[in-house]
Write a protein that binds this ligand. Structure first.
Ligand code: ASP
Length: 363
């Protein structure tokens, strides 16, 4: 069953297709108003959320579907000790698709391995947040008209900011994207993102502490809040929480067409006076989040339907597959199975290689 746990679970072409579908939904919402009629999305949120959960729910309603779920761990059986694996198995009996947020890293992956319906990672601890990344990519595409050839600055909590980790991973697949990592040393990007994503893909990047110094060269500034809930000691949080505050005065040094993105919620890292600057894209980004989640739900449900529609075939004692290249020619424990196709006359095909089956009498 196809799920979305990490943004790289989708090819670049699939991401581009989602962006195109999201733009089409925006232009022709009426075409999609009943696309998910009779389907249910379960939103399993073990951690607080405003945008992600409500945008998933709004997305499903606008596709004509329904939503079930919970918005805090305390109201689920997790509080009685139920495992993520069991929860996933149970919810698969009620819903057609699951969106899960969890404070523990890897929880949605565990869910996807146990569910019989697609699972979407809606944020796992400080690890990944692929649907925010789809939102960010759609926003960059709409605001800049391209995702290649950009200098993208990430500012704030790059250690715990899961949206940053996922977006860098997505950007590594585009051409000529330069990354500028702006953070205090204590909140620097994790080493694994450097080695496994940026170094491995030959990305050009620099680390710097000063936002003022970095600002003039940026095409995109991706601001993030300092993630209070992930700190082991609040003293460190208190010391770092005001590390960066983007003001109108600082914006004078930015390019005239630089875009400011922020996954939100904002605490104090962007002063409110900037909201009216045309370069502030973060509220338009919110709308894009709903559109791309609509496109994502459509894609995963369509793939699920295709999988379910796949003819399981039947064992027919009078037919055999004689194709020497078919998997059944070497894996003897596989029972040969066939499906019938109505052409001028009925023919039987092997479900594995799709070649015509041979009637035993003809051998
Ligand atoms: N809403 C984003 C997230 O869930 C960003 C944040 O919380 O700072 O990761």
């Amino acid at each position: 069953m196809r799920s979305l746990i990490d943004i790289v679970d989708f090819s670049l072409e699939e991401v581009e297709e989602l962006i195109q579908v999201a733009c089409d939904i925006d232009a022709h919402p009426e075409k999609y108003a009943e696309a998910c009629k009779g389907k249910k999305l379960a939103t399993l949120f073990f951690e607080p959320s405003t945008r992600t959960r409500l945008s998933f729910e709004a997305a499903m309603y606008e596709l004509g579907g329904n939503v079930i779920g919970f918005s805090e761990a305390g109201s689920s059986s997790a509080s009685k000790g139920e495992s993520v694996a069991d929860t996933a198995k149970v919810i698969s009996c009620y819903a057609d698709i699951i969106a899960m947020r969890h404070p523990l890293e890897g929880a949605p992956l565990v869910a996807s391995r146990n569910a019989t319906v697609p699972v979407i990672n809606a944020g796992d601890g400080g690890h990944l947040h692929p649907t925010q990344t789809l939102t960010d990519l759609l926003t960059i595409h709409r605001e800049k008209g391209r995702i290649d050839n950009l200098t993208v600055g990430f500012c704030g909590d790059l250690k715990y900011g899961r949206t940053v980790h996922s977006l860098i991973s997505a950007l590594s697949r585009y051409q000529n994207v330069k990354i500028v990592l702006i953070s205090p040393k204590e909140l620097a990007i994790p080493d694994y993102v450097k080695s496994d994503v940026m170094d491995l893909n030959g990305m050009c990047y620099e680390e710097i502490e000063s936002l003022e110094k970095a600002l003039p060269e940026l095409d995109i500034l991706y601001m993030t809040r300092i993630q209070r809930e992930r700190f082991d000691d609040l003293e460190t949080y208190e010391r770092l929480k005001d590390s960066y505050i983007l003001t109108a005065e600082k914006m004078r040094d930015a390019k005239a067409d630089m875009c400011i993105l922020h996954p939100l919620p904002r605490v104090n890292e962007i002063s409110v006076e900037i909201d009216s600057d045309p370069r502030a894209c973060y509220f338009r980004q919110v709308l894009n989040g709903k559109l791309i989640r609509m496109a994502l739900i459509l894609k995963l449900l369509a793939e699920k339907d295709r999988e379910e529609d796949r003819d399981e075939g039947e064992e027919l004692s009078s037919f055999v597959c004689k194709n020497p290249r078919c998997i059944t020619s070497t894996e003897q424990e596989l029972n040969q199975k066939f499906r019938s196709v109505e052409l001028k006359e009925r023919v039987y095909r092997c479900i594995y290689c799709e070649k015509d089956a041979v009637h035993k009498e003809e051998i």
